[in-house]
Design a protein around this ligand. Sequence first.
Ligand SMILES: O=CC(=O)O
Length: 332
Amino acid sequence: MSKRKPLVVVTRRLPDAVETRMRELFDVRLSPDDAAMPADALAAALREADVLVPTVTDEIDAGLLAQAGPNLRLIANFGNGVDHIDVAAALERGITVTNTPGVLTEDTADMTMALILAVARRVTEGARIIPDDDWTTGWSPTWMLGRRITGKRLGIVGMGRIGQALAKRARAFGLQVHYHNRRRVPAAIESALDATYWESLDQMLARVDIVSVNCPHTPATYHLLSARRLKLLKPEAIVVNTARGEVIDENALARLIEAGDVSAAGLDVFEQEPAVSPRLVKLARQGKVVLLPHMGSATYESRTDMGEKVIINIKTFMDGHRPPDRILPSML
Ligand SMILES: O=CC(=O)O
């Protein structure tokens, strides 16, 4: 009697090469239309699948996990952040959860640097002027002035892989690197990055010109940049976030920018994606914030490599071994 092949259900379209490989390796059900999976379809997938491959757009909470079928053994997330999955509830049910770390580090750090430059030098605002036929006066000594970044202080909140990759880029741009992290990074890394550690996030925030959020969203980092902490920033400070919207109190940030207490922001992530606060959208129209639709890892290379990581995690798991990118309780 032939053994049933495990069913792998994928919630969104993945790069062609990844889908082709999955078809070769697994009994796979791919997304026909790339729409975010509605909750009832997600529940049905959890009931049927042996392996679920979700993305950040799938909210997998304890209630949904309670409906999982007995076959569901692995949730192989396509993406680094797993804050959309109740991992503790999954682990309690004996379901392994994996992610795709490492392969999107450089691209996300690039996008963070791009946002810093875009905000400080008004790149997106400037880029609209010619297509909108608004360049009537020609070059002017006092028009479209931004802020120099060379010599300024960058405060990185979360000095993991992406934070460190950002620090390298920032050094090349002549920024002074400061950071806050749960744990101080090893001295060799700190000295290679010429980075100054701040045990107190509050103290760092009061001293930096640019703050970049590069930590995961966990219960401990929810609204880490709270209204109180954002108020510690200098009025000319720029806030950048390519991690998760929930780490910043988005409404408080919008209020402070409206009041001129914080200068500007570059955000790639939001608290209620894909909905974005109308206040932030208004500020974007006024050129005070740059908003990107969650594009940090959006390169062909990252997305293909993420898919390969998902495949390796599934394959290793199916072969009876521990997949390399398991989320452990200590990471939650
Ligand atoms: O946001 C994207 C990811 O977590 O990989």
